[in-house]
Design a protein around this ligand. Structure first.
Ligand code: ADP
Length: 549
């Protein structure tokens, strides 16, 4: 082999922040704090720069060393999107330890399982979660100390072993610290998949995978991130690293706006406007809330250009509302914890620009094209490749440098099939490379030996003007094995009836896909990551009585 003669410089997370501090030293990071009311009665806004963030991340790294945290040790966080969490992202990974972001919305038993399984040496938490920490502490055996992410005057009155104060922890440090030159394959972050199927399993990211993911997500056909962007990740930093946005923003020197716990429509809208946000990212449920708030109050976005929506299927009606009411490009994205998480993003190609709007829209509702670095294929039950014709659907398989090889501590055995990671999603891929999820493999509705896509039926339901949210599940049926049932939430003031809904499906799907029944509920159950909790719905409606044919 003739070796290339370029420098062997590792891809490290710390280098993203030192780059930002040096080249975008005065670019702002704005956070809504959790400590108490600002002028508007919500968390006050905290603002500082990449240069200040880097200086504090170095102090944090020193403080962690002083506490005895070593390379490879896990440091847990229970925190919103905010500047101290940002410092932990870089300080913990930068010094060689592993930041373990925990999703506080999980059940307490899952939380203790996760903190215990990860053997977190220290846990950092926002004040919101102080009562939760008190509950979890007795069962978290490896934790040596609990650090409240606040200053002395806001310290919570809780009883946990070795309660520490973030600001006091970093204050005595000099900041004279050189980020260590780590192996780029060393672990940098840990995130447990939410365990909608079985016990949560840890996905262990590396410096290399994280930095490559940050480069890839910056691309024009992905987040189109630059030093002119102002990006507000609504997706929490405890949910697959806020889809990598904190790393990506830092790599580009983009202004970063962190909403703290203020995730309601009003708080978000005010922050978008006050900070001139150009780009945002989040799951469909948050946008439902924000768009409804804006509709009711006749508000418009004045700076927002792009909203990346993923984590569950983006209802087509949302893409049109963003476009027609706000002039915002709503881009559908797909990924999973095991993929760091980005896999695809949906943007048009040059040849699509001359198409009429409805033809463009048919493309935009798909989950999108693979980001270079991610390879995708669909296979049938025997593992044979299926054609990329936009029609054949099968199990979606992926591979790439930011796709998981094995779960933390080898949990669950070898997850790969001949070098490919099975995503658990069922999808089509068309000749242009656009992938469309038809279902999660366990959510497909199996009727008379054929498959019906629950996602497609849900999209139609929420396109009805009187429907706020809908889930479609397969319910046991004496003749057909399973038939689709719509469980829907009406919009406030709407009085859609079952018959209206069934009528609405006519002409939109094959006759045998039309659901057999509709029931209305006040709200639908969601998982900790904002997805419809269909396991619960299937359980609740397993004895559903079908109307007489
Ligand atoms: P978990 O798997 O633990 O629930 P993830 O956030 O990793 O949490 O979820 C990944 C899954 O979410 C994907 O496998 C897919 O089923 C679903 N998903 C993500 N984005 C989309 C999307 N745009 N459309 C449909 N499903 C999506």
């Amino acid at each position: 082999m003739l070796r290339g003669l370029m420098m062997d410089q590792p891809l490290l997370i710390s280098s993203l922040l030192t780059h930002a501090a040096q080249n975008h030293g005065d670019t702002e990071i704005v956070s809504r704090t959790v400590e108490g009311p600002g002028k508007d009665g919500k968390g006050a806004l905290h603002r500082y720069t990449y240069a200040q963030a880097e200086a504090r991340a170095r102090k944090l790294a020193q403080a962690l060393s002083r506490l005895g945290v070593k390379a490879g040790d896990r440091v847990g966080t229970f925190a919103w999107n905010g500047y101290r969490h940002f410092e932990l992202y870089f300080g913990v990974s930068g010094m060689g330890a592993v930041i373990h972001t925990v999703n506080p919305r999980l059940f307490p038993e899952q939380l203790t399982y996760i903190v215990d399984h990860a053997e977190d040496a220290y846990v950092f938490f926002d004040l919101t979660f102080a009562p939760l920490m008190e509950k979890l502490a007795p069962a978290c055996r490896a934790v040596k100390g609990w650090v409240a992410m606040t200053d002395r005057i806001h310290m919570p009155q809780i009883s946990v072993p070795n309660l520490l104060c973030y600001e006091e922890l970093i204050a005595p440090e000099s900041g004279r610290y050189e980020w260590p030159l780590l192996d780029e394959n060393s672990a940098s972050g840990l995130c447990y998949s939410s365990g909608t199927t079985g016990a949560p399993k840890g996905v262990l990211f590396a410096h290399r995978s994280t930095v490559l993911h940050a480069y890839a997500s910056s691309l024009p056909d992905v987040f189109n991130c630059s030093a002119r962007s102002a990006i507000l990740p609504v997706v929490p930093m405890f949910h697959v690293n806020a889809w990598g946005v904190p790393y990506m923003a830092t790599l580009n020197g983009a202004k970063l706006v962190l909403p703290g716990a203020g995730l309601d429509g009003k708080s978000l809208y005010e922050l978008f406007e006050a900070e001139g946000v150009t780009t945002t990212a989040g799951v469909p449920t948050v946008w439902l809330g924000l768009l409804a708030f804006m509709r009711e109050n006749k508000l418009k976005f004045s700076t927002l250009k792009t909203a990346v929506v993923g984590g569950s299927a983006c209802p087509p009606a949302m893409i049109t509302e963003f476009r027609d009411a706000h002039g915002v490009d709503c881009q559908h994205a797909w990924g999973m914890t095991e993929m760091s998480p980005l896999g695809t993003l949906c943007t048009l190609k040059g040849k699509h620009l001359a198409l009429p709007q409805d033809k463009q829209f048919e493309i935009q509702v798909k989950q999108g094209r693979a980001i270079c670095g991610v390879e995708m294929k669909i296979v049938d039950g025997e593992g044979r490749d299926l054609p990329r014709d936009g029609k054949a659907f099968g199990d979606l398989m992926v591979r790439g440098p930011w796709v998981l090889r094995e779960y933390f501590k080898g949990e669950g055995g070898d997850p790969l099939r001949e070098g490919w990671f099975p995503t658990g999603d069922v999808a089509t891929i068309d000749a242009d490379g656009y992938m469309q999820i038809t279902d999660r493999s366990k959510d497909v509705i199996k009727s008379g030996g054929e498959w019906i896509s629950s996602i497609e039926l849900e999209n139609i339901a929420v396109a009805h003007p009187g429907i706020a949210e809908a889930a479609v599940i397969g319910v046991p049926h004496p003749k057909w094995d399973e038939r689709p049932l719509v469980v829907a939430v009406r919009k406030q003031g709407a009085n859609v009836a079952r018959e209206d809904m069934l009528e609405f499906y006519k002409g939109k799907v094959a006759k045998w896909w039309i659901p057999d029944d509709v029931t209305f509920v006040d709200q639908l159950p969601h998982t900790a990551t904002g997805k419809l909790l269909k396991t619960k719905l299937r359980q609740d409606f397993k004895d559903h009585e079908w109307p007489a044919a």
